[in-house]
Design a protein around this ligand. Structure first.
Ligand code: SR1
Ligand code: MG
Length: 406
Protein backbone atom coordinates (compact mmCIF):
# COMPACT_ATOMS: atom_id res chain seq x y z
CA UNK A 1 0.00 0.00 0.00
CA UNK A 2 1.36 3.45 -0.91
CA UNK A 3 0.89 5.95 1.90
CA UNK A 4 0.42 9.63 1.20
CA UNK A 5 2.43 12.02 3.34
CA UNK A 6 -0.71 12.98 5.24
CA UNK A 7 -1.62 9.41 6.07
CA UNK A 8 1.96 8.74 7.18
CA UNK A 9 1.53 11.47 9.77
CA UNK A 10 -1.81 10.14 10.97
CA UNK A 11 -1.14 6.45 11.18
CA UNK A 12 1.94 4.41 11.85
CA UNK A 13 4.49 3.94 9.10
CA UNK A 14 8.26 3.92 9.50
CA UNK A 15 9.61 7.42 8.92
CA UNK A 16 11.83 8.24 5.99
CA UNK A 17 14.20 11.21 6.02
CA UNK A 18 11.43 13.14 4.24
CA UNK A 19 8.43 12.17 6.38
CA UNK A 20 10.28 12.71 9.65
CA UNK A 21 10.87 16.34 8.63
CA UNK A 22 7.19 16.76 7.81
CA UNK A 23 6.35 15.34 11.20
CA UNK A 24 8.72 17.66 13.08
CA UNK A 25 7.30 20.66 11.22
CA UNK A 26 3.91 19.90 12.78
CA UNK A 27 5.37 20.31 16.29
CA UNK A 28 6.14 23.67 17.82
CA UNK A 29 9.72 22.86 18.70
CA UNK A 30 11.62 25.05 16.25
CA UNK A 31 11.24 28.75 15.48
CA UNK A 32 12.31 28.33 11.84
CA UNK A 33 11.09 24.87 10.95
CA UNK A 34 11.77 25.13 7.25
CA UNK A 35 15.32 24.07 6.61
CA UNK A 36 16.71 21.00 8.22
CA UNK A 37 19.48 18.57 7.60
CA UNK A 38 18.41 15.08 8.54
CA UNK A 39 20.34 11.85 9.08
CA UNK A 40 19.27 8.38 10.16
CA UNK A 41 21.89 7.52 12.80
CA UNK A 42 20.37 4.45 14.50
CA UNK A 43 23.00 1.79 15.14
CA UNK A 44 21.07 -0.19 17.76
CA UNK A 45 19.20 -3.44 17.35
CA UNK A 46 15.60 -2.26 17.31
CA UNK A 47 14.72 1.30 16.24
CA UNK A 48 15.08 4.10 13.73
CA UNK A 49 16.88 7.16 15.07
CA UNK A 50 16.90 10.44 13.14
CA UNK A 51 18.93 13.52 13.94
CA UNK A 52 17.41 16.75 12.61
CA UNK A 53 19.35 20.01 12.63
CA UNK A 54 17.71 23.35 11.99
CA UNK A 55 20.01 25.17 9.56
CA UNK A 56 19.42 28.74 10.81
CA UNK A 57 20.25 27.99 14.43
CA UNK A 58 22.21 24.68 14.24
CA UNK A 59 19.86 23.45 16.94
CA UNK A 60 19.34 19.69 16.71
CA UNK A 61 16.93 17.11 18.06
CA UNK A 62 16.51 13.35 17.94
CA UNK A 63 13.43 11.51 16.73
CA UNK A 64 13.45 7.88 17.80
CA UNK A 65 10.84 5.61 16.24
CA UNK A 66 10.08 2.01 17.10
CA UNK A 67 9.88 -0.46 14.21
CA UNK A 68 7.27 -3.24 14.38
CA UNK A 69 10.04 -5.86 14.33
CA UNK A 70 13.56 -6.37 15.70
CA UNK A 71 15.83 -4.58 13.20
CA UNK A 72 18.78 -6.82 14.12
CA UNK A 73 16.92 -9.95 12.95
CA UNK A 74 14.31 -8.64 10.51
CA UNK A 75 10.55 -8.80 10.01
CA UNK A 76 10.45 -12.45 11.11
CA UNK A 77 10.75 -11.17 14.71
CA UNK A 78 7.69 -8.95 15.27
CA UNK A 79 7.72 -6.52 18.20
CA UNK A 80 5.01 -4.37 19.68
CA UNK A 81 5.22 -0.62 19.06
CA UNK A 82 4.07 -0.08 22.64
CA UNK A 83 7.73 0.12 23.66
CA UNK A 84 7.84 3.72 22.42
CA UNK A 85 5.20 4.64 25.02
CA UNK A 86 7.04 2.63 27.68
CA UNK A 87 10.31 4.40 26.90
CA UNK A 88 8.79 7.85 26.92
CA UNK A 89 6.80 7.33 30.14
CA UNK A 90 9.78 5.77 31.83
CA UNK A 91 11.94 8.80 30.90
CA UNK A 92 9.28 11.09 32.37
CA UNK A 93 9.22 9.11 35.62
CA UNK A 94 13.05 9.06 35.79
CA UNK A 95 13.18 12.80 35.13
CA UNK A 96 11.24 13.44 38.36
CA UNK A 97 14.07 11.97 40.46
CA UNK A 98 17.24 12.21 38.34
CA UNK A 99 16.54 14.99 35.80
CA UNK A 100 20.25 15.53 35.15
CA UNK A 101 20.85 11.87 34.26
CA UNK A 102 18.27 11.30 31.48
CA UNK A 103 17.59 12.95 28.11
CA UNK A 104 14.85 15.58 28.00
CA UNK A 105 11.72 14.40 26.18
CA UNK A 106 10.23 17.12 23.97
CA UNK A 107 7.30 15.27 22.46
CA UNK A 108 5.83 11.77 22.22
CA UNK A 109 3.43 10.39 19.62
CA UNK A 110 1.99 7.04 20.63
CA UNK A 111 0.31 6.47 17.26
CA UNK A 112 3.56 6.97 15.34
CA UNK A 113 5.52 5.16 18.10
CA UNK A 114 8.08 7.91 18.34
CA UNK A 115 9.74 10.12 20.92
CA UNK A 116 11.34 13.47 20.19
CA UNK A 117 14.27 14.14 22.51
CA UNK A 118 17.14 16.49 23.12
CA UNK A 119 20.14 15.64 20.98
CA UNK A 120 23.05 14.35 23.03
CA UNK A 121 25.63 14.44 20.27
CA UNK A 122 27.96 16.47 22.48
CA UNK A 123 28.10 13.22 24.52
CA UNK A 124 29.69 9.91 23.48
CA UNK A 125 28.52 6.34 23.92
CA UNK A 126 30.17 4.93 27.02
CA UNK A 127 30.98 1.57 25.39
CA UNK A 128 32.98 3.26 22.62
CA UNK A 129 34.78 5.44 25.15
CA UNK A 130 35.74 2.49 27.33
CA UNK A 131 36.99 0.59 24.29
CA UNK A 132 39.15 3.63 23.51
CA UNK A 133 40.62 3.39 27.02
CA UNK A 134 39.02 6.56 28.30
CA UNK A 135 37.97 6.86 31.92
CA UNK A 136 35.03 8.83 33.31
CA UNK A 137 35.59 9.61 36.99
CA UNK A 138 32.00 10.75 37.65
CA UNK A 139 30.37 7.75 36.00
CA UNK A 140 30.13 5.54 39.09
CA UNK A 141 28.54 8.24 41.27
CA UNK A 142 26.09 9.06 38.48
CA UNK A 143 25.05 5.47 37.77
CA UNK A 144 24.89 4.58 41.48
CA UNK A 145 22.58 7.56 42.06
CA UNK A 146 20.54 6.83 38.90
CA UNK A 147 19.91 3.22 39.95
CA UNK A 148 19.19 4.02 43.61
CA UNK A 149 16.71 6.82 42.87
CA UNK A 150 14.88 5.32 39.90
CA UNK A 151 14.48 1.98 41.67
CA UNK A 152 13.75 3.05 45.23
CA UNK A 153 11.12 5.60 44.21
CA UNK A 154 9.21 3.05 42.10
CA UNK A 155 9.34 0.30 44.71
CA UNK A 156 6.79 -0.68 47.36
CA UNK A 157 9.06 1.01 49.90
CA UNK A 158 8.18 4.40 48.42
CA UNK A 159 4.80 4.02 46.71
CA UNK A 160 1.28 3.46 47.94
CA UNK A 161 0.34 -0.11 46.93
CA UNK A 162 -2.48 1.12 44.66
CA UNK A 163 -0.13 3.45 42.80
CA UNK A 164 2.54 0.77 42.52
CA UNK A 165 0.09 -1.78 41.09
CA UNK A 166 -1.27 0.72 38.60
CA UNK A 167 2.29 1.36 37.43
CA UNK A 168 3.01 -2.36 37.19
CA UNK A 169 0.09 -2.64 34.76
CA UNK A 170 1.21 0.36 32.75
CA UNK A 171 4.71 -1.02 32.41
CA UNK A 172 3.83 -4.58 31.53
CA UNK A 173 6.19 -5.05 28.60
CA UNK A 174 5.79 -8.63 27.35
CA UNK A 175 7.62 -8.44 24.00
CA UNK A 176 10.72 -6.76 25.31
CA UNK A 177 10.81 -8.91 28.44
CA UNK A 178 10.58 -11.98 26.20
CA UNK A 179 13.72 -10.83 24.39
CA UNK A 180 15.56 -10.77 27.71
CA UNK A 181 13.99 -14.02 28.92
CA UNK A 182 15.21 -15.71 25.72
CA UNK A 183 18.47 -13.95 24.94
CA UNK A 184 19.82 -13.43 28.46
CA UNK A 185 18.38 -16.34 30.45
CA UNK A 186 17.63 -19.16 28.02
CA UNK A 187 19.15 -19.46 24.56
CA UNK A 188 22.85 -19.13 25.54
CA UNK A 189 22.46 -22.03 27.96
CA UNK A 190 21.09 -24.48 25.40
CA UNK A 191 22.12 -25.34 21.86
CA UNK A 192 19.85 -22.72 20.29
CA UNK A 193 20.07 -21.24 16.75
CA UNK A 194 20.23 -17.64 18.02
CA UNK A 195 23.64 -18.33 19.60
CA UNK A 196 26.79 -17.60 17.68
CA UNK A 197 30.40 -18.07 18.61
CA UNK A 198 33.60 -19.28 16.98
CA UNK A 199 34.04 -23.04 16.76
CA UNK A 200 37.09 -22.75 19.03
CA UNK A 201 34.73 -21.90 21.91
CA UNK A 202 32.54 -24.95 21.36
CA UNK A 203 34.15 -27.15 24.08
CA UNK A 204 33.80 -24.36 26.69
CA UNK A 205 30.19 -23.72 25.64
CA UNK A 206 29.27 -27.41 25.68
CA UNK A 207 30.66 -27.57 29.22
CA UNK A 208 28.17 -24.84 30.19
CA UNK A 209 25.26 -26.66 28.56
CA UNK A 210 26.12 -29.84 30.47
CA UNK A 211 26.49 -28.13 33.84
CA UNK A 212 23.32 -29.03 35.78
CA UNK A 213 24.33 -26.95 38.80
CA UNK A 214 24.75 -23.90 36.60
CA UNK A 215 21.45 -24.49 34.77
CA UNK A 216 19.64 -24.79 38.09
CA UNK A 217 20.97 -21.42 39.21
CA UNK A 218 20.12 -19.74 35.91
CA UNK A 219 16.62 -21.21 36.13
CA UNK A 220 16.26 -19.60 39.56
CA UNK A 221 17.49 -16.24 38.24
CA UNK A 222 15.17 -16.43 35.23
CA UNK A 223 12.18 -17.05 37.48
CA UNK A 224 13.18 -14.10 39.64
CA UNK A 225 13.25 -11.97 36.50
CA UNK A 226 9.83 -13.30 35.47
CA UNK A 227 8.11 -12.86 38.80
CA UNK A 228 9.75 -10.32 41.14
CA UNK A 229 8.11 -6.96 40.44
CA UNK A 230 10.31 -5.00 42.87
CA UNK A 231 10.74 -1.72 41.01
CA UNK A 232 10.58 -0.08 37.57
CA UNK A 233 13.82 -1.17 35.94
CA UNK A 234 15.64 0.37 33.02
CA UNK A 235 15.82 -3.20 31.78
CA UNK A 236 18.81 -2.86 29.40
CA UNK A 237 21.45 -0.94 31.33
CA UNK A 238 24.53 -1.83 29.32
CA UNK A 239 27.29 0.60 28.34
CA UNK A 240 25.63 1.26 24.97
CA UNK A 241 22.64 2.72 26.86
CA UNK A 242 24.79 5.37 28.54
CA UNK A 243 26.05 8.65 27.05
CA UNK A 244 28.92 10.49 28.71
CA UNK A 245 31.02 13.62 28.77
CA UNK A 246 33.61 14.45 31.42
CA UNK A 247 30.92 16.12 33.52
CA UNK A 248 27.68 14.54 32.45
CA UNK A 249 26.10 11.09 32.24
CA UNK A 250 22.79 10.38 30.50
CA UNK A 251 21.01 7.04 30.64
CA UNK A 252 19.04 6.51 27.43
CA UNK A 253 16.81 3.85 25.85
CA UNK A 254 14.59 2.51 28.66
CA UNK A 255 12.36 0.69 26.16
CA UNK A 256 12.89 -2.58 28.11
CA UNK A 257 11.48 -0.93 31.25
CA UNK A 258 9.21 -3.11 33.40
CA UNK A 259 8.76 -4.01 37.07
CA UNK A 260 11.45 -6.55 37.88
CA UNK A 261 14.14 -7.43 40.42
CA UNK A 262 16.25 -4.41 41.42
CA UNK A 263 19.55 -6.26 41.06
CA UNK A 264 19.01 -6.66 37.31
CA UNK A 265 20.01 -3.10 36.31
CA UNK A 266 23.09 -3.17 38.55
CA UNK A 267 24.04 -6.63 37.28
CA UNK A 268 23.89 -5.56 33.64
CA UNK A 269 25.97 -2.48 34.34
CA UNK A 270 28.60 -4.46 36.30
CA UNK A 271 28.73 -7.12 33.57
CA UNK A 272 29.39 -4.64 30.80
CA UNK A 273 32.17 -2.98 32.83
CA UNK A 274 33.65 -6.44 33.48
CA UNK A 275 33.46 -7.31 29.76
CA UNK A 276 35.39 -4.15 29.01
CA UNK A 277 37.92 -5.00 31.74
CA UNK A 278 38.42 -8.46 30.20
CA UNK A 279 39.06 -6.84 26.83
CA UNK A 280 41.98 -4.93 28.37
CA UNK A 281 43.86 -8.23 28.63
CA UNK A 282 44.49 -7.78 24.92
CA UNK A 283 46.56 -4.64 25.48
CA UNK A 284 49.81 -3.98 27.28
CA UNK A 285 49.87 -0.18 27.52
CA UNK A 286 48.46 1.17 30.79
CA UNK A 287 46.65 -2.09 31.40
CA UNK A 288 46.83 -2.10 35.18
CA UNK A 289 45.76 1.55 35.48
CA UNK A 290 42.76 0.91 33.24
CA UNK A 291 41.80 -2.24 35.14
CA UNK A 292 42.03 -0.44 38.47
CA UNK A 293 39.82 2.35 37.16
CA UNK A 294 37.22 -0.15 35.93
CA UNK A 295 37.20 -2.10 39.20
CA UNK A 296 36.95 1.16 41.09
CA UNK A 297 33.95 2.08 38.93
CA UNK A 298 32.20 -1.10 40.05
CA UNK A 299 33.06 -0.42 43.69
CA UNK A 300 32.00 3.24 43.62
CA UNK A 301 28.76 2.42 41.82
CA UNK A 302 27.76 -0.06 44.50
CA UNK A 303 28.86 2.20 47.37
CA UNK A 304 26.92 5.15 45.92
CA UNK A 305 23.90 2.95 45.30
CA UNK A 306 23.88 1.79 48.95
CA UNK A 307 24.38 5.34 50.31
CA UNK A 308 21.63 6.84 48.16
CA UNK A 309 19.22 3.95 48.63
CA UNK A 310 19.73 4.14 52.40
CA UNK A 311 19.11 7.92 52.45
CA UNK A 312 15.85 7.42 50.55
CA UNK A 313 14.92 4.51 52.79
CA UNK A 314 15.33 6.70 55.87
CA UNK A 315 13.47 9.72 54.57
CA UNK A 316 11.02 8.82 51.79
CA UNK A 317 9.63 5.49 52.86
CA UNK A 318 5.96 4.64 52.74
CA UNK A 319 6.12 1.16 54.22
CA UNK A 320 6.01 0.45 57.94
CA UNK A 321 8.54 -2.39 57.67
CA UNK A 322 11.23 0.08 56.59
CA UNK A 323 11.36 1.01 60.30
CA UNK A 324 12.32 -2.52 61.31
CA UNK A 325 16.10 -2.51 61.58
CA UNK A 326 16.85 -5.85 59.97
CA UNK A 327 14.97 -5.24 56.71
CA UNK A 328 17.34 -2.86 54.89
CA UNK A 329 20.50 -5.01 55.28
CA UNK A 330 18.52 -8.09 54.25
CA UNK A 331 17.11 -6.37 51.20
CA UNK A 332 20.49 -4.90 50.20
CA UNK A 333 22.05 -8.36 50.43
CA UNK A 334 19.33 -9.72 48.15
CA UNK A 335 19.96 -6.96 45.60
CA UNK A 336 23.71 -7.62 45.79
CA UNK A 337 23.42 -11.38 45.34
CA UNK A 338 20.92 -10.99 42.50
CA UNK A 339 23.14 -8.40 40.79
CA UNK A 340 26.09 -10.79 40.77
CA UNK A 341 23.96 -13.61 39.32
CA UNK A 342 22.42 -11.36 36.65
CA UNK A 343 25.90 -10.04 35.82
CA UNK A 344 27.06 -13.61 35.20
CA UNK A 345 24.16 -14.24 32.78
CA UNK A 346 24.87 -10.99 30.93
CA UNK A 347 28.61 -11.76 30.61
CA UNK A 348 27.86 -15.15 29.07
CA UNK A 349 25.12 -14.03 26.71
CA UNK A 350 27.24 -11.13 25.41
CA UNK A 351 29.98 -13.66 24.61
CA UNK A 352 28.07 -16.52 22.95
CA UNK A 353 24.45 -15.36 22.44
CA UNK A 354 22.73 -13.33 19.74
CA UNK A 355 23.83 -9.84 20.78
CA UNK A 356 27.58 -9.58 21.37
CA UNK A 357 29.63 -6.62 22.56
CA UNK A 358 32.25 -4.79 20.53
CA UNK A 359 34.54 -4.83 23.58
CA UNK A 360 35.27 -8.52 22.92
CA UNK A 361 34.43 -8.89 19.23
CA UNK A 362 36.87 -6.19 18.13
CA UNK A 363 39.90 -7.79 19.81
CA UNK A 364 42.14 -8.03 16.77
CA UNK A 365 44.31 -11.02 17.56
CA UNK A 366 41.99 -14.00 17.13
CA UNK A 367 43.80 -16.30 19.53
CA UNK A 368 43.72 -13.61 22.26
CA UNK A 369 40.03 -13.00 21.55
CA UNK A 370 39.25 -16.68 22.06
CA UNK A 371 41.29 -16.88 25.27
CA UNK A 372 39.53 -13.81 26.69
CA UNK A 373 36.11 -15.14 25.70
CA UNK A 374 36.90 -18.41 27.48
CA UNK A 375 37.68 -16.41 30.60
CA UNK A 376 34.42 -14.49 30.21
CA UNK A 377 32.43 -17.73 30.01
CA UNK A 378 34.25 -19.15 33.03
CA UNK A 379 33.82 -15.97 35.10
CA UNK A 380 30.13 -15.66 34.18
CA UNK A 381 29.48 -19.25 35.23
CA UNK A 382 31.49 -18.83 38.42
CA UNK A 383 29.60 -15.65 39.42
CA UNK A 384 26.23 -17.30 38.87
CA UNK A 385 27.13 -20.39 40.90
CA UNK A 386 28.95 -18.69 43.75
CA UNK A 387 26.87 -15.52 44.08
CA UNK A 388 25.54 -16.40 47.54
CA UNK A 389 29.08 -16.81 48.87
CA UNK A 390 30.30 -13.46 47.53
CA UNK A 391 28.86 -11.51 50.46
CA UNK A 392 30.94 -8.38 50.08
CA UNK A 393 32.31 -6.01 47.49
CA UNK A 394 35.82 -7.27 48.33
CA UNK A 395 34.84 -10.89 47.56
CA UNK A 396 33.32 -9.87 44.24
CA UNK A 397 36.30 -7.73 43.20
CA UNK A 398 38.70 -10.54 44.17
CA UNK A 399 36.77 -12.95 41.96
CA UNK A 400 36.90 -10.56 39.00
CA UNK A 401 40.63 -9.97 39.60
CA UNK A 402 41.12 -13.75 39.43
CA UNK A 403 39.71 -13.74 35.89
CA UNK A 404 41.86 -10.75 34.93
CA UNK A 405 45.17 -12.26 36.02
CA UNK A 406 47.60 -12.50 33.12
C1 SR1 B 1 16.95 -8.44 19.54
S1 SR1 B 1 17.55 -7.21 20.57
C2 SR1 B 1 19.11 -7.73 21.15
C3 SR1 B 1 19.59 -6.96 22.33
O1 SR1 B 1 19.64 -5.57 22.03
C4 SR1 B 1 19.07 -4.82 23.10
O2 SR1 B 1 19.82 -3.70 23.39
C5 SR1 B 1 18.98 -5.79 24.26
O3 SR1 B 1 20.17 -5.83 25.01
C6 SR1 B 1 18.71 -7.05 23.55
O4 SR1 B 1 18.95 -8.18 24.33
MG1 MG C 1 18.85 -0.13 23.42
Amino acid sequence: MIMTQQSVLNQYAPFTTQTVVEFVKTLSIFDHPNNFTVKEIGDGNLNLVFQLTELETSRSIIVKQALPYAKVVGESWPLSLNRARIESESLHINAKVVPDLVPRVLHTDYELACTVMEDLSDHSILRTELISNRHYPLLAEHIGRYVAHTLFTTSDFALHPFVKKELVQKFTNPDLCKITEDLVFTDPFFDHPTNHFPIELRPAVEKLWADETLLTEIGVLKFQFLTQAEALLHGDLHTGSIFVTEQSTKVIDPEFAFFGPIGFDLGQFFANIILNALSKLAITNQRSTLLNELLRTIERTWITFVQEFTKLWDKSNHEIYTNVNGILPRFLLKIWTDAIGFAGCEIIRRTIGLAHVADLDTIEDFHTQIEIKKRAIQLGSDLIKSRTQLYSLAHFIQRIKGALRS
